[in-house]
Design a protein around this ligand. Structure first.
Ligand SMILES: [Fe+2]
Ligand SMILES: [Fe+2]
Length: 233
């Protein structure tokens, strides 16, 4: 059985076996998997991604210190967003009522884990680290995810569709603001953007409800607080 992802917790390598992901989980499985997932997300380093880093062999540019700091700030924001995405998808999956939707969310969460690992790898290359508030981003997003999931699958799917739409807009703005020469960060952000779009489309196809305007505004405001804070902290 091949490992879908590997990561390190307290110095030990742990592998997630892909064959296990398709099995319907018992409540105890979910609890243990949730605690395990939270530890691996918060306890950076996240470890190896299941898929190859899109920056691959792209040569690293000679960036000046201010450019490097700026790129690191933006990639830290993206990393924090991926930590929140993990919390959100895991929160949704924990209360999903439909097995197919639950497994769709698990698949998306696996791709989000790769995004997280790629952002972390780039941060290391830039001589920086993830947000110190990662536990807070994860816990907050998990609670929001589970709460919207309790309202019903069409609302949690609606929440995902809206989140991914806002994330795409945000990643587009990062592609404008990242240093022109920073091709490695750009390759990662571009791939993430394409996959976030696909996650949103999948959620809409699975029956996402359109969220009311005030909720969409509140989500934009929350995202603003997170992105502004994670750039520095
Ligand atoms: Fe992502
Ligand atoms: Fe996504």
């Amino acid at each position: 059985m091949s490992a879908a992802a590997e990561y390190t917790v307290a110095g030990r390598r742990i592998a997630i076996l892909s064959g296990m992901q398709e099995r319907r989980l018992t409540p105890l499985d979910r609890l243990l998997a949730g605690a395990n997932n939270a530890l691996r997300i918060i306890g950076a380093p996240a470890g190896r991604s299941a898929r190859q880093n899109p920056a691959g062999d792209v040569p690293d540019a000679e960036l000046g210190d201010p450019q490097k700091r700026h790129a690191a700030g933006l990639m830290r924001v993206n990393h924090a967003g991926e930590v929140a995405a993990q919390g959100l998808y895991q929160g949704h999956a924990a209360v999903a009522r439909n097995a197919e939707i639950e497994s769709q969310m698990q698949r998306a969460a696996n791709e989000e884990f790769d995004h997280l690992a790629w952002c972390e790898q780039r941060l290391t290359e830039l001589g920086a680290g993830p947000s110190r508030l990662s536990p807070f981003w994860y816990a907050g997003a998990f609670v929001i995810g589970a709460a919207s999931g309790i309202l019903g699958d069409k609302w949690s799917l609606g929440f995902i569709a809206e989140t991914e739409k806002q994330v795409c807009a945000h990643l587009d703005s990062h592609l404008e603001h990242l240093p022109e020469d920073d091709a490695r960060s750009r390759a990662i952000v571009k791939r993430m953007r394409d996959e976030e779009e696909e996650h949103g489309e999948n959620a809409r196809n699975a029956g996402a409800a359109e969220l009311p305007d005030p909720v969409q505004r509140l989500m934009r405001l929350t995202a603003k607080v997170m992105t502004t804070t994670a750039y520095r902290l």
